[in-house]
Ligand binder design. Structure first.
Ligand SMILES: Cc1cc2nc3c(=O)[nH]c(=O)nc-3n(C[C@H](O)[C@H](O)[C@H](O)COP(=O)(O)O)c2cc1C
Length: 477
């Protein structure tokens, strides 16, 4: 809802929203939601009764740190039926209830008889702000076949902890208590968070049950490796942490994201290069790789098949991206060429212009003759090499220009010199904090236009999302 509305706003208002969002470290959509929530809290009935305005989450107590689930802010809470089985990890499910509610998810809970040996229905219902169901033959909840309601009146069922026993019942279609009967009647996706001793998890019977549940389309989060409650025992069987379960639940609850780049192959470079002086020393630069990694993540989220050729950085691989790690500029060029063809190539890496002509094969030693003199050789120019290919050139080649002075003039000259299609220019002088920081101010220049598109200061994630949106428009065009 919000993204459609934001797109339709006039440019000045959009720019103001982006600035506000950047100041608060939120996405533009979350900024809009926050403004609407504030309006609701202030009792501003004029704004919130407008068609399309988001009502406050139903039955929810959002914390300032947790963004509400989209379903909650677009007309009602997402609803989860949480089934808590009889394992030690049941105590973590109390935190899970809290974490889900923080995100505006309405939670109704079923506690199995064995689960009630570990935690009480009272603490479950106090945290869920709703009665905790325990009994299949309870006249107060079954006067209208309540277990069918619990199975149907929700968007997702979560079983945490999913004990070996509960999974065995599910795999075999048993329905002799409220939890198993509800699960058998479920018409919604089911997410299981198994928790048990590693020997139970690796037992062939459990493996068979997990395989059958997977084939039945059930979703799993965890179990993780780690220490068990039993003294001195470790292995695979720990229940996933509450926030991991929340993330898995929210991704199942989320409406399918638009995938404007489905079917598009994108090749991206990121990070610095390391140019060896000898086996232990190298020349590097201050690039963190954050901008290139953010672009890779945004392109993958938009449905592209993304390959990221990365110099040495301290960042985790973005989800859904194939990462090739290299060190030097020459390695990077070889990896890039090996990954062609691509529909789009984005060169965000800070590639060293020069390397040491004769890197030592042994560690250089201090000598009485004083420090060594290093002679440099020019590195291959990856952006120019790919832009000027006569065959197999990606139809859209985008370069990055990191400048410390005369930003636009230098960028315009670089665009011409290299032969790429677009150039993203950013000012990396130390005062901007761009190198290694989380924000960026960029200008987009295109080969076939004299115009310069200057974007406001944004988080690197938002720069990535904006660039990916522009690429999607170009690819579609
Ligand atoms: C102290 C204790 C801890 C237990 N922990 C687990 C566990 O982590 N995972 C599991 O599958 N079973 C565990 N069990 C066994 C289950 O409680 C038992 O199989 C029970 O029938 C499961 O009931 P449910 O189907 O309602 O979950 C434990 C039992 C005890 C006594």
């Amino acid at each position: 809802m919000a993204s459609l509305t934001v797109r339709k706003l006039e440019e000045a208002l959009k720019a103001e929203l982006r600035l506000r969002a950047a100041r608060h470290g939120r996405s533009v959509e979350d900024e809009v939601r926050s403004i609407l929530r504030d309006a609701v809290a202030a009792g501003d009935s004029h704004d919130v009764s407008a068609p399309g305005a988001a009502p406050p989450p139903v039955d929810a107590t959002p914390s300032p740190t947790a963004a509400p689930h989209p379903a909650a802010s677009s007309g009602g809470s997402a609803r989860v039926t949480l089934i808590i089985g009889g394992g030690i990890a049941a105590y973590k499910s109390l935190d899970l209830i809290r974490r889900l509610k923080e995100r505006g998810v309405a939670v109704r809970c079923i506690l199995t008889r064995a689960g009630a040996e570990f935690i009480t229905p009272l603490s479950v219902s106090a945290l869920a702000h709703a009665p905790c169901f325990t009994d299949l033959f309870d006249p107060r909840s079954e006067f209208d076949v309540g277990h069918i309601r619990l199975a149907r009146d929700c968007d997702l069922l979560v079983v945490a902890p999913a004990t070996a026993d509960l999974m065995a019942k599910m795999a075999n279609g048993l329905a002799d208590d409220l939890a198993s009967a509800t699960l058998l009647a479920a018409g919604r996706p089911i997410l299981l968070a198994p928790a048990m001793n590693p020997l139970m998890w690796s037992n062939p019977a459990t493996k068979r049950n997990v395989a059958r549940l997977t084939a039945d389309g059930r979703h799993f989060v965890g179990p993780n490796r780690g220490e068990m409650a039993e003294a001195g025992e470790a292995g695979t069987g720990r229940m996933a942490e509450p926030l991991e379960i929340v993330a898995a639940a929210l991704s199942l609850l989320a409406p399918p994201a638009p995938r404007p780049l489905a079917g598009t192959r994108i090749l991206i470079t990121a990070g610095p290069t390391h140019e060896p002086i000898d086996p232990v020393r190298y020349i590097a630069n201050r690039s963190s790789g954050k901008q290139g990694y953010a672009i890779a993540a945004a392109a993958a989220a938009a449905g592209a098949a993304v390959t990221l050729v990365s110099g040495p950085v301290a960042l985790a691989d973005p989800a859904g991206v194939s990462v090739i790690r290299v060190e030097s500029a020459r390695d990077m060029l070889a990896a890039v060429e090996a990954q062609l063809p691509a529909d789009v190539a984005i060169f965000a890496a800070a590639v060293a212009d020069w390397r040491v002509a004769q890197a030592g094969t042994q560690k250089l030693k201090k000598t009485a003759a004083g420090p060594p003199t290093l002679a440099f050789a020019e590195n291959p120019d990856i952006l120019a090499t790919i832009s000027q290919r006569t065959s197999g050139r990606p139809p859209l080649v985008i370069g990055f220009a990191a400048e410390t002075e005369h930003l636009i003039d230098n960028a315009r000259a670089k665009l011409k010199r290299k032969g790429c299609d677009w150039l993203v220019a950013n000012d990396v002088s130390p005062a901007t904090g761009v190198m290694g920081g989380d924000r960026n101010t960029v200008h987009l220049l295109k080969r076939d236009s004299d115009a310069v598109e200057s974007w406001p200061v944004m988080g690197k994630d938002e720069v990535a999302a904006t660039l990916v949106a522009r690429i999607a428009e170009a690819v579609k065009g």
